[in-house]
Design a protein around this ligand. Sequence first.
Ligand code: FAD
Length: 472
Amino acid sequence: MSTEHTKLVVIGGGPGGYAAAFLAADLGIETTLVDLDVNPGGVCLFRGCIPSKALLHVAKVLSESRDAKDIGIDFGTPNINLDKVRTWKDKVVSQLTGGLGQLCKQRKINFIQGRAMFTSSDAVNIKKVDGTEMSLTFDHAVLATGSTPVTLPFAPPSARILDSTTALNLEDIPEKFLVVGGGYIGLELGTVYCELGSKVTIVETMPVLLPGVDRDLGVILENRMKKHFSAIKVNTKVSKMDEIKDGIRVTFQDQDGNISTEDYNKVLVSIGRKPNSKNLGLENTKVKVTDRGFVQVDAQRRTTDPKIYAIGDIAGDPMLAHKASHEGRVAVEAIAGHKVAFEPQAIPAVVFTDPEIAWAGITEHEAAAQGRAIKVVKFPWGASGRAVTLNRTDGLTKLIIDPETERILGVSICGSGAGEMISEGVLALEMGMVASDLKLSIHPHPTLSETMMETAEIFFGQSTHVYRPKKS
Ligand code: FAD
C-alpha cells in the first residue's frame, strides 16, 4: 500500500467540501479532495438541491400552464415524456458536477475517488474505487461527509418505498403517492409528483406541515396545497407498512389512537437526515461526536482534534448547502492562519414549494420563546401591483423589528419567488439595517421586492398601498 502526504485533505466533495478545497487551492495550500462520486458535488448536486430544483422547475411549468386557463389561455392536457424529463434532469446534474471536476483540475487539486477513514489524528486510509488502497498523511483535514436520509425501521425492503434519492430517479408517475413527513424535502418532492399527475397524500405527525416555520407563511402554502394534493393528514403517524400486490398498504394512527389503512402505489419516506459520522474511524482520533451524531466544532469549525475540522451537515444544523459552503471557507481560512470565525447574522432557509417560503434571522415564534420585545409588520401581496399582474397574490412579506432600535431582526416571505427575494433580507440583517434603511431604499416598480420596502413603510404607518396608520 502506497503512502503519500498532503498539506490538506478534504473528505467529502459536497458544497462544504468542494468550497473548502477550492478556497484552499486559491490560497496556495496543496490540497487533496476525496469523495465517493466521480466528481465533486455531493448530495446537493447529485441527489439533493440541484436535481430537486430541476424537477421543481418542471412542476412550475406544468402548474403555470394549468393556471393560465384563469387568464384566458388553455394549453390543454400536457403530454409528459418522462424519459425526456429524466434525461434533462440528469444532464443538469452532469453538466454542473462535470464543471466542478474541471474547476478541480484547473486548481490542481488532487481529486481521489474513494472512501476515506481515519487511522490516526494525522492519517487516513483511502479505499479507491479502482480497488486499490493508499495511506495519506496530512497537516490538516476537513471532514465534510454530509448526511443521509433517516429510514423507518419497520418499513419492509421494497422498491415501492422511496427515499429522497430514489424519488429523484423518477422511475414512473405512481397513481397514488404517499409522502411520509411534512418537512421541506417531502413537500418539495410531493409537489413534483403532484404536478406530474400523482394523487399525493402527505402525512405528518405534528399538528402542521413544516413544523417550526412561521405559521403566517405556512398557512398560505397549506391552503394552496389543499387545492392540489389529494389529502393532508396532520397529527397522524404511520405505524406499519406492508407490501401488497401493486403497492404498499399503510397503517395510520391519528392522535386519538384511531387506526386506518390505505393503499398507495409508492411511498416516499422523508422524515429527516442524519449526519454521516459513523465508519469514519473517528475513534482513532480525538474528534468528539454529540448524542445526535454531529461532530463537535468550535467557532472556526475546528474539532476537538486540533488538526481536524468539520463542516456542513456533519457539523450540525441547519443542514443546508449554503451553510456548508460558508463553514468550509471559514475552516480553510482558519487553517491558513486568518483571524476568522463562523458568525453569520442570518442563515437563510428556502422551501422551494409553490408558493415558496423563505426566512432569515429571528422568527416571531423564536422571539416569543426568548421573551424578546418585537414589532411585527406584514405586507399582504394582494396589495402588490406586481403580484396582481402575476395572478399570484397568495403571498406575504413580514418583518420582525426591534421596537426600540428599529433594527431589522428577521425577514419572512411566502410567495412566488420568495427564495430569490430573501437575499435582500439577509443583506439587511448582515448590514445591521434599521427599518428606515429599507423604507428609504428605492425599489424598482413593479416588482415583488417592493413589498420589502412597503413592509418597512408599514412599520412607520406610512405604506402607500396598505392603509394602516400607526397607533400613537
Ligand atoms: P454532502 O453534500 O452530503 O456531501 C458529502 C459527500 O461526502 C458525499 O458526496 C459523500 O459521498 C461523501 N462521503 C461520505 N463519506 C465519505 C468517506 N468516508 N470518504 C469520502 N467521501 C465520503 N440544501 C439547500 O441549501 N437548499 C436546497 O434546496 C436543498 N435541497 C435538498 C433537496 C434534497 C432532496 C436533499 C436530500 C437535500 C437538500 N438540501 C438542500 C440539503 C443539502 O443537500 C445539504 O445540506 C448539503 O448537501 C450538505 O453539504 P455537505 O458538504 O455537508 O455534504
